[in-house]
Design a protein around this ligand. Sequence first.
Ligand SMILES: NC(=O)C1=CN([C@@H]2O[C@H](COP(=O)(O)OP(=O)(O)OC[C@H]3O[C@@H](n4cnc5c(N)ncnc54)[C@H](O)[C@@H]3O)[C@@H](O)[C@H]2O)[C@@H](O)CC1
Ligand SMILES: [K+]
Length: 500
Amino acid sequence: MDAALLTPEEMGAADRATIAAGTPGILLMERAAAAVAAAAMRLSGDGPIALLAGPGNNGGDAYAAAALLKSAGRAVRLFHLVAKEGLAGDAAIAAGAYDGPAETLSSFRPGDFALVVDGLFGAGLARPLEGEAAAAVDRANAAPVKVLAIDLPSGISGATGAVLGTAVKADATVTFFRRKPGHLLEPGRSYCGEITVADIGISDDVLDTIAPTTFEAGPALFQGRLKVPADAGHKYDRGHAVVFSGPAHQTGAARLAATAALRGGAGLVTVFAPASAVLVVAAQLTAVMLRRCDDAAELRERLADDRLNVFVLGPGFGAGDKARDFAQAVLGAGRRLVLDADGITAFKDEPQALFAAAGEAARGRPGGEPALVLTPHAGEFKRLFPDLAAEDGLSKLDLARRAAARAGAVVVLKGRDTVIAAPDGRAAINASGTAWLATAGTGDVLAGIVAAQLAQGTPSFEAAAAGVWMHGKAAEAFGPGLIAEDLPQMLPKVFAGLCG
Ligand SMILES: NC(=O)C1=CN([C@@H]2O[C@H](COP(=O)(O)OP(=O)(O)OC[C@H]3O[C@@H](n4cnc5c(N)ncnc54)[C@H](O)[C@@H]3O)[C@@H](O)[C@H]2O)[C@@H](O)CC1
Ligand SMILES: [K+]
């Protein structure tokens, strides 16, 4: 459960369960404030610190942190949206215990300080920022002053990462117990700065009842499920992935995916190419094998070999009837399929046909495990799920979850904050990667890495989450100047980090 991300509601439940089990809320607040004060000392040098306090417990944290900083001898001034008398509960207790300078938010001038601690709104943000709060946030953002956010940058939705009205651009954020989806989803993530998760004495046991369904994509989520080559393993134990190539002038994408599948740990990888492309592909492959596959009839013959356990269709393939026929043949044979790029676009006029085939294939698999993994970027997503893409107010998490449930597939909705969702409601958000991934061919590589995990028998959701995370880690390992071809070569480093 280390990978769990909690929605604001789930975090509220974690707080309440802890309080009900005997820890007073004010004690949780004091621990939260201690973590904030420690971060504030680190970030402010010896300079004066402003603390902005809102009307709820986020403001309470600010009062409690102000008291700690003041007693540590730091110069602090607190600016409040609501006077002490207007506070309730733990926030009122914390405010009562603070005896330092307090002024109204309208008198806050960021230029006077080395650090601003933002305790305006956290998990309880319920509507867009406006009036004094919005003006104070805008002043802080416009000034060259460091900002430390308590729990979340004020204005960022913890559930979705959306900016409500305006939001604090923080250099650092201290959150409590577990991160929230809004810390990883854009634009929220870009507003958080460096994120620290502080232990405030909430026991992991509370998660048994909360049963979170959102996670960070990373080793804590998939380790234990991830397949890595066993000591005495045979190459056939690691599966046989097939990547479909496009026509002769469009083979590069399949070769990239195939190389990535092999580097990703698939035991064998074969490119299935149309006759016209066989020579072109042959000239450029070594460890990856090659077979001709011209039409659906030929594909059905090849599918008789049940060692071919996962297929990648889409990169450079062309978005016509052939893509649809091939995808349906693969799913019809009960094999797992990574459908990307043209493979997704091919179903834009009849997505139901794809979803029906995916549903049928899943029903034939142990535990109804999804057979289909869809890897759309936003544009491809819109082609397959136009109504969802057009619906107002859906976060990227909501979109991927709704799409996965409808398609009976694992949906990998790509971007800087790629979301991986399963039909059973689980979803993961990825935070690995660099801006250099926005370059031609990286999606083809991702499809290959995911296929490698599927080939080795990793469950579809974990395979997709692991693939996305590794892809990002490979980019981080390479650094600046990355092109798609560089990614597969970095996978050994990623595995070395994972397997020790
Ligand atoms: N015992 C607990 O529940 C703990 C809570 N903690 C802190 O408490 C925070 C959550 O506290 P709350 O639930 O009180 O929520 P917040 O303090 O985030 O804000 C809720 C208050 O703000 C008002 N509000 C919401 N949006 C507004 C807007 N746009 N403009 C003006 N007013 C607005 C609400 O009506 C409510 O009064 C966490 O983020 C965390 O910082 C920590 O102290 C740890 C323990
Ligand atoms: K805040």
